[in-house]
Design a binder for this molecule. Structure first.
Ligand SMILES: NC(=O)c1ccc[n+]([C@@H]2O[C@H](COP(=O)([O-])OP(=O)(O)OC[C@H]3O[C@@H](n4cnc5c(N)ncnc54)[C@H](OP(=O)(O)O)[C@@H]3O)[C@@H](O)[C@H]2O)c1
Length: 307
């Protein structure tokens, strides 16, 4: 008897910060045939698939016949989304809507990665069913992407995550990694002014990947998950706090890092003050919610980077 083939999982955005780690976690689990897709950075074995082309998406999914699709691809930079709203909307809303419809038609379980920026940050912590009120255009496109997914009949989950960090090809890929880089490469005589108002819950991409694996195992075992879920580290820091941690690890004197209360300029998108995501429903659904310790992870990562 031939063994039954492993279920196929497609991961979009597999050339990006989160998708790369998700791809690795699914490959390492050895339970799935894993296909990662990217666009401008796609190189074998990652498949180039332009999500803006409905025809190419339809052809690829018909060929690959996945059981699960983890949709990580997006324009995730709030300032860039505001600068080029049509491009952000095409990818974050229209392409997501098309994926939701084709996944529903083909019986594919879809996970759409969303964001804590769907909330305004005025009344944390937020439960999945709480009312949304995005403060910037990026957040509005991600919420509109959620609506596309939620209004499509089919097996799907919107998984909201906060600011992410992890193994990056370039520190600019993550709003946290870039802070570590700025502390490491501080220019002599120039202080680093860091926001000490907005509270963030930096979450490691490997922890999100572990949750996605568990969600996939459970769904393929026949369990139904809530349509909206939250995943977040529960450790909170301002950007100033994070820079002090990086300064300790990198032995940079604290006096070079100054706490500030920033005022958004015309080119910068408004951001929520504290959009803490409550994770109790995710835990109750049996998904592992434990996360790495921020300081320990960075101590180990920066030590490897120094070698
Ligand atoms: N990073 C965060 O702090 C954060 C926080 C909350 C939520 N999220 C959400 O998490 C998800 C992953 O974010 P990320 O940080 O991993 O993003 P990222 O590093 O910017 O990666 C974006 C991905 O989208 C792909 N992409 C862009 N245009 C495409 C197109 N036309 N067709 C196909 N693929 C395209 C990119 O491919 P190429 O590079 O190959 O072109 C890349 O793989 C997003 O949904 C984001 O909204 C992120």
């Amino acid at each position: 008897m031939t063994p039954s083939p492993k279920p196929t999982v497609v991961i979009t955005g597999a050339t990006g910060l989160l998708g790369r780690t998700v791809l690795k976690a699914f490959q390492e689990s050895e339970k799935y045939e894993v296909i990662g897709t990217g666009w401008t950075r796609a190189k074998e074995p990652i498949q180039a698939l332009n999500l803006l082309s409905a025809t190419e998406v339809d052809q690829a999914l018909t060929r690959w016949k996945p059981r699960v699709l983890i949709h990580c691809a997006a324009e995730k930079r709030p300032d860039k989304a505001q600068e080029d709203p049509e491009a952000a909307e095409a990818l974050n809303v229209q392409a997501t809507g098309h994926l939701a419809r084709i996944c529903a038609e083909q019986g594919v379980f879809l996970v759409y990665i969303s964001t804590d920026y769907v909330f305004d940050g005025e009344d944390p912590p937020y439960m999945p069913e709480d009312g949304t009120n995005p403060l910037n255009f990026y957040g509005r496109t991600k919420r509109a992407g959620e609506i596309q997914v939620l209004e499509t009949e089919g097996s799907s989950v919107c998984l909201r995550v906060p600011i992410l960090y992890g193994e990056a090809m370039d520190p600019a890929e993550s709003a946290v990694n870039i802070l570590a880089d700025r502390v490491a490469h501080r220019k002599p005589g120039i202080d680093l002014e860091m926001d000490d108002v907005a509270v963030r819950f930096p979450t490691n991409t490997a922890d999100v990947a572990r949750a996605l694996l568990a969600m996939t195992h459970q769904t393929l075992a026949g369990q139904t998950l809530p349509r909206i879920m939250h995943f977040s580290s529960q450790e909170s820091f301002t950007k100033y706090d994070m820079c002090l941690i990086f300064a300790d690890i990198l032995k940079v004197p604290h006096e070079y890092i100054k706490p500030v209360k920033p005022t958004p300029g015309p080119a910068t998108a408004n951001r929520p003050r504290n959009s803490a995501l409550a994770i109790i429903q995710t835990r109750n659904a049996g998904i592992p919610v434990q996360t790495v310790d921020f300081t320990s992870w960075w101590r180990a990562y920066l030590a490897i980077k120094k070698q």
